[in-house]
Design a protein around this ligand. Structure first.
Ligand SMILES: *Cc1c(COP(=O)(O)O)cnc(C)c1O
Length: 372
């Protein structure tokens, strides 16, 4: 016990590992050009805002969410054109789905299959979900050019028989897609002992490829794959809506861990609204993708600056002095993410979210690639 006095404290009942953790930090961003969190920079037009307001006003908020959420599931199934034999479940953001997956796995006494595995650097929630559930976590370093290290991944899978292997496609924060043959060999290695592979497609609106095509072409080889997506980067980060599809028998089990009313009627109405107006969001994604190419080209021209290829709405960039550049941008009112201390492979790297054309121009001016 950490208590230094004799008086008993409720804190004595709170897990020591939790007390030792740092809370998830969100950077203060008021008044800043916000290029730190892969948000869609575009807001709804006044006409669409008014229409959404009407819709939300008419939602029966006196009732628990029910049919509205069923409507949303149906709409998403049609949006993704779900393969036969598959089922879809909803999460309050895909962060919740990641937590539920960890909760579903075997516990500490069931070694070795109580392990979660993911390449590093990667999305921090995979490791955090393992930690919070008392599962082991194995991180396998990417190669220096941010590709999957195929032999290292396969060796770690063989040694640990992870319950779940996470593959972010594209990856965060490196923004790249990984070699499909390597992913196929990972899925096959896991399938051999019944391990699940979660393909996390948070950046699907900006990606040139989706693993869903792979699943459709070869459902048998992908029978242990769960495909996770979110509407956050699509343009609804404030709404909190993630979804996951996979073989019905598997999804049905994981869905039992979901708090019954995890997605509010208001979330569901917003998501339905966005799907009804998906063309608007598709146009925004098209602008973001073309802006990404403009940023990549301009950054590549700068001396001592290395931007890495991106299939997402972010660009990982290596500078000579990342922290100094981060502070310089911050002073200029531009907030990006300093990932340089996150992992040795990310030394001197910043992660830039693609903003509006105007925001990106400001960023490029500050970095010296455009005249003031
Ligand atoms: C942003 C992100 C998520 C989480 O999205 P939410 O739905 O907002 O919880 C999941 N996976 C990856 C790789 C991400 O970058």
């Amino acid at each position: 016990m950490t208590s230094t006095t004799d008086s008993p404290s409720p804190l004595d009942f709170i897990r020591q590992d939790v007390q030792g953790m740092h809370a998830y930090a969100v950077q203060e961003s008021r008044g800043m050009v916000k290029l730190d969190a892969m948000e869609n920079p575009f807001t709804l037009s006044p006409a669409l805002q008014a229409l959404l307001g009407q819709r939300l006003g008419a939602v029966a908020i006196n009732r628990y969410p029910g049919s509205k959420v069923d409507d949303l599931k149906r709409a998403l199934k049609s949006y993704v054109d779900m393969p036969a034999g598959y089922e879809l479940m909803l999460g309050n953001g895909s962060d919740e789905l990641i937590s539920l997956l960890a909760m579903a796995c075997l516990t500490a006494k069931d070694k070795p299959k109580n392990t979660l595995l993911a390449p590093l650097p990667g999305f921090v929630m995979y490791e955090m979900s393992a930690q919070l559930q008392g599962l082991d976590f194995v991180g396998v370093p990417l190669t220096a050019d941010f590709e999957l290290n195929t032999p290292a991944m396969l060796a770690a899978i063989e040694a640990n028989k992870p319950a779940i292997t996470y593959i972010a496609y594209p990856n965060n924060p490196t923004a790249n897609l990984w070699d499909a043959d390597t992913i196929r060999s990972i899925i096959a290695a896991c399938r051999a002992y019944g391990g699940m592979v979660v393909i996390d497609e948070a950046y699907q609106p900006f990606s040139s490829l989706t693993w869903l095509d792979e699943i459709r072409n070869d459902p048998e080889s992908n029978s242990n794959v769960l495909l996770m997506r979110t509407l956050s980067k699509f343009g609804l980060a404030g709404v909190r809506l993630g979804y996951m599809l996979g073989a019905k028998a598997l999804i049905d089990q994981i869905d039992k861990l979901r708090p019954p009313y995890n997605v509010s009627s208001l979330n569901a109405e917003c998501a339905l609204f966005a799907l009804r107006h998906k063309d608007v969001f598709a146009e925004q994604a098209a602008i973001i993708k073309s802006e990404r190419e403009r940023l990549l080209a301009a950054l590549a021209e700068l001396p001592n600056v290395t931007p890495y290829p991106s299939d997402a709405n972010m660009i990982l960039v290596r500078f000579d002095h990342a922290t100094a550049t981060f502070e310089q941008l911050k002073t200029a009112g531009i907030l990006v993410k300093n990932v340089s201390k996150m992992h040795p492979l990310l030394a001197n790297c910043l992660r830039l979210t693609v903003g509006t054309p105007e925001e990106n121009t400001l960023l490029l001016k500050e970095l010296g690639s455009l005249p003031d």
